[in-house]
Design a protein around this ligand. Sequence first.
Ligand SMILES: [Zn+2]
Length: 162
Amino acid sequence: MTRRNLFSLLAAAGLASKADAAPQAAPLRADIVPVRLSAAQWRERLSPMAYAVLREEGTERPGSSPLNAEKRKGTFVCAGCELPLFKSEHKYESGTGWPSFHTPIDGALGFKTDFKLVLPRTEYHCARCEGHQGHVFNDGPPPTGKRYCNNGVALKFVPEVA
Ligand SMILES: [Zn+2]
């Protein structure tokens, strides 16, 4: 066996073992490294309201977030871990009193169904720290027809630097 053949054999073996080891629930995006903190660490990092929303799936009072009126160009990032979740061009005025978006950044959100209001709703959260952000509904505008109804306190706005 030549050195070259041996190398390709090893490479193939390496690839095979990697594929075998792939976990069932692969992360949505390879570049997202999960952020896992204890409840005490989150409390240290977040305001009480942000903690209630992000870590306990609370809902802020409608109309209470200054981000409702945010119209500058930029990015809305997770208030827990600063993962970019939404872009300003995908924000729209839904009239609900919560910042609303029709499109999220690819792979930035995870989803689950909750039954807190009896009827099932689709909850979504940050894919990196699993912080609760809001719920998604099917009454949004084009192009997706979706309304991502987000708690403003769960987001931070980062204006685009001109
Ligand atoms: Zn996050």
